[in-house]
Structures are given as C-alpha cells and as structure tokens.
Ligand binder design. Structure first.
Ligand code: SAM
Length: 348
C-alpha cells in the first residue's frame, strides 16, 4: 500500500462543505463509508475470551452516548459519505432505544444499510420491530452449537434462546443474516461441519473469526488460537467440493458448498492481512473515535458534541483522525496509550 502525498481536502462553499464530493479518505487512499458504533459496554454474556465474570470497569451512564448523540454522529458521518452503519457493543439489545436508533438511522439521508451485532438472546423479542424499523442485517455471535460448551464459553446457559433469536431473525425476514463463531482450537474446531450445515437450506453466512488479543486475561495466549489459514484448510478437508465466492471487504475467503443456500467466510481479524481493504470507522460506547480496531489513540467526539461543536467541526475531527490511520493493525497496536480490557469497550 503506497502513501498518497496530496489528499484532497474539502473546500467549504458558502461555509457549507459539499460532503458528497469529499469522502473520508486516508493517506493510503482508503475510503471509509462504514461506521461501527458501540451503543453500550454492558453485556448479558461473559464470554471467556472477552470479559471476566465480574465484568470490566464499565463507564457510568453519563459517559455513554445518548440516543440523540448517537443519531447526531450518524447524521454527521452520513454527510461525509458513510452509507453503512452497524450497532454493536456490549450487547446492543440491552439498550432500550435500539429500535429507535435503527429506525431514525435508516431514515437518515445517505444511509443505505443498518446492521446489528448481537448475541441473539433478546432477538426473539426485537427481531420483528427491528426489521420494521429498517434493519438490513444482523450478525449473531454463536461460538458453539453444543449447550454445555455454550455455557462454558459464554458462562450463560442460553444456547436455546440464542438459536431462537436466529430463527426469529429468519421469520422476521431480516435480509442479511450472519452467524459469527470465534474459532477456538480444541473447543469448536470439531463443529465446523455442523456450522456449515446451517448454510444448507437458508441463505445465511457462517463466519469463522480469528481470536484476537483483547481480553485482559489474555485467553488467546492459551493455545486456543486457530488461524484463518488452518480454518480454511479444515473447511476444504471436510468439504472437498467447496467453491470460493464473493463477500465483503474484510472477509478473507468466502466459500459456498455447491447447492447450499448460504455461504461460509473466514475472517483474519488477528492476521490482519486485509487492512488494505479497510473501510471502517469505529466509535466506542463512550464516544471515542478509533481509526483502527487495534488503535490505542482515540478522538473524543462525545466531548466535542457536548461542548457544542458544529457538525462541520465534528466532521473535520473524524476526517482528520481517519486520514492518519496507520497502514495496518500491526503498526496501530504499537502506538498510543488508550489500553482497553475487552472487546466490549472497543465495540466488537
Ligand atoms: N454482544 C454482541 C455479540 O455478542 O455479538 C456484540 C459485541 S461482541 C464484543 C462482538 C463480537 O466480538 C462477538 O462476536 C464476540 O465473539 C467477538 N469478540 C469478543 N472478544 C473477542 C476476541 N478476543 N477475539 C475475537 N472475537 C472477539
């Protein structure tokens, strides 16, 4: 990836930026049109690779973005060419205003799709309303299809409700459904076939995700890491007839079994070999902008909003932060000091 010398900077016309002509772009020419925003830090699960049973030091409510602040950010980024939003967390369905956030965001000019990442447990309750509010896609995190292992990994006996959530998403007709499983050696590598079978009759995507080094207890150092390359090899061993197909920018390899309705993807979130395709802006639940999942520098949008900065000023903060994105997540992880103890504080 080559550094670009002259980035086009937007010129205000009568004090108003023509944002549509000036996308958010970085030194390497990457364009950012996708915002992932955590809407809370709290979660009803305690996945062992994410959070200890006692939780992490959650921020007080007054430090978390309010409904209007989240919608303000959505409006500002939509003016800068962002057309895709994902609400994540923490567990986004624990937020009472989630249907409103989806509905208002989907009617924001320029926003073409709204997605949600959830553990699925409360989806049975919300799927219909979310679809009606305009939800385009849902990623449901389910690491194992075995109830005892589910309890072991999430510390909650909720596989049945998570699977009911998946069924509710199908029944509601949410257009894009993905099941995310963090691939863990010696834990769920024996379940690859069962996961792939979820794609047989329904056009959903099952995604195997590499474990990342984000939890304070560093579970990932315990030999459970299972690389994208190895996952692909296992897939090919189990399904020799598997074919490659198309997916999103950060899906390392996307496959389909002939005559299966859905797809299977592998996400190299630790290997970081797709950083050149990155199109993501991340905002934490407390309103800090991160220009990379691995970034330890943050830009405080919440305080900028609270002291009354204009849309244009906030937009320029976003543009400036994204412009300075490092070449890849390896460089990013070695800079800055904003240490976080869990994906729940970053926004998974
Ligand atoms: N509560 C929602 C959920 O369960 O999907 C959204 C937040 S959760 C932090 C988002 C995703 O991050 C989940 O799929 C979870 O498995 C994943 N995750 C958390 N910690 C991780 C880690 N250390 N490595 C890889 N994935 C992780």
């Amino acid at each position: 990836m080559r550094m670009i010398e002259n980035i086009i900077t937007p010129t205000p016309i009568n004090g108003v930026l023509d944002h549509s002509a000036t996308p958010i772009i970085d030194r390497f020419g990457r364009t950012f049109n996708y915002l992932r925003i955590a809407v809370n830090e709290k979660c009803n699960f305690r996945c062992i690779y994410c959070m200890p049973e006692e939780g992490v030091p959650f921020k007080p409510k007054n430090e978390i973005l309010t409904t209007n602040e989240i919608l303000r950010v959505v409006k500002v980024v939509s003016d800068l060419g962002v057309n895709k939003i994902r609400f994540t967390g923490g567990e986004p369905l624990l937020r009472g205003d989630i249907v409103k956030l989806v509905g208002k965001s989907s009617s924001t000019p320029g926003i073409e799709s709204i997605h949600l990442t959830t553990n699925g447990v409360l989806l049975g309750r919300y799927a219909g309303n979310l679809k009606e509010a305009g939800l385009t896609g849902v990623n449901i995190s389910i690491d194992t299809l075995n109830p005892e292992k589910f309890l072991q990994i999430t510390r909650r006996d909720e596989l049945v409700r998570a699977m009911e959530g998946l069924e509710a998403a199908k029944t509601a007709g949410i257009p894009f459904i993905k099941v995310n499983a963090v691939a863990l050696r010696g834990f769920n590598d024996s379940e690859i076939v069962e996961f792939v079978e979820l794609t047989k009759d329904y056009p959903l995507t099952v995604r195997f995700i590499e474990l990342m080094p984000f939890d304070a207890h560093q579970i990932w150092k315990t030999g459970k890491f299972f690389s994208a390359e190895h996952i692909q090899k296992e897939l090919k061993d189990h399904f020799p007839e598997i074919k490659t197909t198309d997916g999103t920018a950060t899906e390392h390899a996307i496959f389909q079994i002939p005559n299966y309705a859905g797809k299977v993807a592998v996400i190299p979130s630790y290997s970081r070999n797709l950083c050149g395709n990155c199109n993501r802006i991340r905002i934490t639940a407390d309103g800090k902008l991160l220009n990379c999942l691995y970034s330890q520098n943050e830009t405080n949008l919440r305080d900028a909003i609270r002291i009354g900065k204009s849309d244009m000023q906030i937009g320029e903060m976003i543009r400036g932060t994204m412009k300075n994105k490092f070449k890849d997540g390896w460089e990013a992880q070695n800079q800055g000091s904003a240490k976080r103890e869990s994906m729940t504080q970053i926004g998974g």
